[in-house]
Design a protein around this ligand. Structure first.
Ligand code: XIL
Length: 422
């Protein structure tokens, strides 16, 4: 117990490290402890062997197919589905106890030409959409826990502060309500899947995210089964400053207030090449702040990076002159960003524990006079992982001064009891 000028300091003492069972320290081990889905995209068959596979299975508990569940891959010919490559990914994920995100059902890009180049009416295209969604979602029912049902439906240009929907073949042929149908078909095919709207340049407050916000709000009010919003988060190092992070938090909060889940779905942070002295350190801070923002919002339970090694990132090909966007370098060496993510997960305390720590800033009387000396602790998945309680010897001081007495808090945190002492 440590008292310093009347201030109560809570020390967390774990019986050994968080990595139980002699498990190697990793992003995954800490994410598992707090119930966070931490993930990366995978591609082709690279995930099956070698160093790539070792890092993948050590550090991540969730995967998404980079391209292999897109319409082009899923239904190359009309009415003929091709599940082989994606099935192999799902089987691998299951063997390694990993969850699978599904990406993506309705998008303007990476479609087979029979679909994007077909001549459709509203009715016939809705039929195709229904057939595609039903075929894919029911195939992966129970195996894919969350789906990006509609991807990138919004345009990038605002008129009077409003970004209209992009003029994709879906929007032009069906109309602005194509999203409603997509979510409805997906929900029918798998009522248990969490259904996401996913987009880029929408993670902070701006005209595009506000347009998405208004659309999702309206859909929810109309009973459309949309249950989450995905923020792709293809960031540049230049975006990063305090104001951006504040805006990120504000944006997460307003979407969460609609009752939606939030997922960070495709995070990467690209650097203008050649990278300079501090770039990797700044990048690491940016990764940390992003993760911290997710952890601080109880609606954010999935945090995905768009790949993990710079060797295979899509960035240099699509944004020439930039790169080094991920958390391992070309040679699979962890970058500072990896260490920051690890530390952030390691130090994360569920809300109940954090509010206890926040004690120091709060009048003790406000916290404890209600006589509530026992509280449950939940992880990010909403699973109860323990309780903490105060010993009845706790003395409560009046007038907002910190308590003068000590207490021990025991937490049954899964397999590992932890002791919180004053
Ligand atoms: C990208 C893949 O990473 C590339 O391999 C592919 O050539 C193009 O698509 N937003 C998305 C992802 O929703 O599907 C995109 O993935 C990246 C941007």
């Amino acid at each position: 117990m440590h008292f310093r000028s009347g201030i109560l300091i809570i020390t967390l003492i774990a019986a050994g490290s968080f990595t139980a069972n002699g498990q190697e320290e990793s992003l995954r081990a800490y994410a598992d402890k707090i119930g966070l889905n931490i993930g990366t995209c995978i591609f082709g068959r690279t995930y099956q062997s070698g160093q790539y596979s070792e890092i993948l299975t050590r550090d991540f508990n969730t995967v998404v197919a980079e391209n292999e569940m897109k319409a082009q891959a899923m239904q190359p010919q009309q009415g003929q589905f091709s599940f082989g490559t994606a099935d192999a990914m799902v089987a691998f994920a299951q063997e390694h106890d990993m969850k699978v995100r599904g990406h993506t059902l309705v998008w303007h890009a990476q479609n087979p030409s029979w679909l994007s180049g077909g001549s459709w009416t509203r009715e016939t295209l809705l039929k195709q959409m229904e057939a595609h969604i039903t075929g894919v979602v029911s195939h992966f029912k129970g195996k894919v826990f969350e789906w990006d049902v509609v991807n990138e439906a919004f345009g990038d240009r605002a008129t009077n502060g409003v970004n209209p929907l992009r003029g994709s073949f879906w929007q032009r042929t069906i109309g602005d309500d194509f999203l409603d149908s997509a979510f409805t078909y997906a929900h029918r095919a798998d009522p248990d899947a969490i259904l996401f709207y996913n987009d880029y340049s929408t993670s902070n407050v701006n005209s595009k995210s506000t347009s998405v916000y208004n659309k999702l709000k309206e859909m929810i009010e109309n009973g459309v089964p949309v249950s989450g919003v995905g923020f792709q988060s293809h960031q540049t190092l230049e975006d990063y400053d305090e104001e951006f992070i504040a805006s990120l938090k504000e944006n997460f909060d307003r979407f969460a207030a609609l009752g939606l889940r939030i997922s960070v779905t495709e995070l990467d942070i690209r650097i203008t090449l050649p990278s300079g002295g501090n770039d990797w350190v700044t990048q690491a801070e940016y990764y940390r702040e992003y993760l911290q923002t997710c952890l601080e919002n109880s609606a954010c339970k999935t945090f995905m990076i768009w790949g993990f090694t710079d060797r295979y990132s899509w960035i240099p090909g699509v944004f020439p002159g930039t790169g080094e966007a991920l958390i391992f370098d070309d040679n699979f060496e962890p970058k500072p960003a990896y260490d920051e993510l690890l530390e952030t997960l390691k130090n994360y305390k569920p809300d109940a524990i954090r509010s206890f720590g926040g004690f120091r800033n709060n009048p003790a009387s406000r916290l404890f006079t209600a006589g509530n000396f026992s509280r449950s602790i939940f992880n990010l998945r909403g699973e109860k992982i323990g309780t903490y309680s105060f010993s009845p010897t706790l003395l409560i001081s009046a007038g907002g001064r910190p308590p003068a007495a000590s207490q021990t808090v025991v937490i049954e945190n899964g397999k590992r009891p932890m002791v919180l002492m004053r």
